[in-house]
Design a protein around this ligand. Structure first.
Ligand code: ATP
Length: 235
C-alpha cells in the first residue's frame, strides 16, 4: 500500500531524516518506535506532505505522492492524527466530526459514519453538543481519531496517541485502534514512544534512531529482542 524509498527530510539546514525506507501492506498495523527527536513525527509529516522530503520517493498504491500537496494526499485516502490532537476547541464534537468529512458530499454516508464513531466512542455521543476544548485529554484524542475516520481513510497515520494520557484511557484507545484495523479494514501506521503497547497491537515494527531505521521485524520478535527491551521497553 505504501512504499517509502530512501527519503531525506530537512528543516532548513537540519537533516531530520537521513534515508528512510519502509513498506506498509494493506490491512497491517505498523508501528514506528524510537526515542525523543529520532524523526518519527517527521516521517509521518513527510508521508502526508506537510514536510515533504528533499529527496527520495513515496508511493501510495503505486501513485507517487512525494511531490503532492497535503490536500491531494488526503483526497487519495491518507489521513493523519497529529501529535497533540489539534481538534477545533471552539466547535462542538459533532461539528469537529463534520469538519473531518469536508471533502465528502454524501450527506447520508456522513450521517451514518458519525453514528459509527459514536458507537466506537460512546462518550463522544454523550458530549456531541459540547465544545471540543472542554473535553478531557483522552476524549480529545478520541475525537481527533474519530475526525480522521470521517474522511474514510485507507491509511491512518497516528502520531503518539498515548501522549499525556492516563494508563486506563491509553488501554481503551489502543483497543479501539485494533478494532478500527480489524472492523473497518483500515491500514494503520502508528508512531509511539510507548513501545510496549504499540508492539502489542502491531503486526510489524520499525525502530528509528537519529534519522535512520535501525531495526525492522515482526512485532513479536521486536518485543523479545534484548536491545529493544533495554532501550525502549524499560526491561
Ligand atoms: P518526539 O517523540 O520527541 O516527537 P520524533 O522522533 O517525533 O520525536 P521529530 O519531531 O521528527 O522526532 O524530530 C526529528 C529531528 O528534527 C529532531 O532533531 C528535531 O529537533 C528536529 N525538528 C523537528 N521539528 C523541527 C522544526 N520545526 N524545526 C527544526 N527542527 C525540527
Amino acid at each position: 500500500m505504501l512504499k517509502v524509498r530512501d527519503i531525506r527530510t530537512f528543516y532548513g539546514n537540519i537533516q531530520a531524516l537521513k534515508g528512510i525506507t519502509l513498506e506498509i501492506a494493506e490491512g497491517e498495523i505498523i508501528t514506528l518506535i524510537g526515542g525523543n527527536g529520532a524523526g518519527k513525527s517527521t516521517t509521518l509529516m513527510s508521508i502526508c506532505g506537510v514536510v515533504p522530503p528533499r529527496c527520495g520517493e513515496i508511493f501510495f498504491r503505486g501513485t507517487p505522492i512525494h511531490d503532492m500537496s497535503p490536500e491531494k494526499i488526503v483526497a487519495l485516502g491518507i489521513c493523519q492524527v497529529p501529535e497533540g490532537r489539534r481538534i477545533f476547541p471552539g466547535l462542538t464534537v459533532k461539528e469537529n466530526l463534520e469538519m473531518g468529512a469536508f471533502l465528502r458530499r454524501d450527506a447520508q454516508g456522513i450521517k451514518s459514519d458519525i453514528d459509527h464513531v459514536f458507537d466506537l466512542f460512546p462518550i463522544l455521543a454523550q458530549r456531541r453538543n459540547q465544545a471540543g476544548g472542554t473535553l478531557s485529554g483522552g476524549e480529545q484524542q478520541m475525537l481527533a481519531i474519530s475526525r480522521a475516520l470521517m474522511a474514510r481513510p485507507k491509511l491512518l497515520l497516528l502520531d503518539e496517541p498515548s501522549l499525556g494520557l492516563a494508563p486506563l484511557i491509553i488501554q481503551q484507545i489502543f483497543e479501539i485502534i485494533k478494532k478500527i484495523n480489524t472492523e473497518s479494514k483500515t491500514t494503520i501506521f502508528l508512531v509511539e514512544q510507548n513501545a510496549n503497547l504499540a508492539l502489542k497491537v502491531a503486526h510489524r515494527g520499525y525502530v528509528m534512531e537519529n534519522g535512520l531505521i535501525t531495526m525492522s521485524d515482526s512485532a513479536a520478535n521486536l518485543l523479545g529482542n534484548e536491545d529493544v527491551k533495554k532501550a525502549y521497553l524499560g526491561l
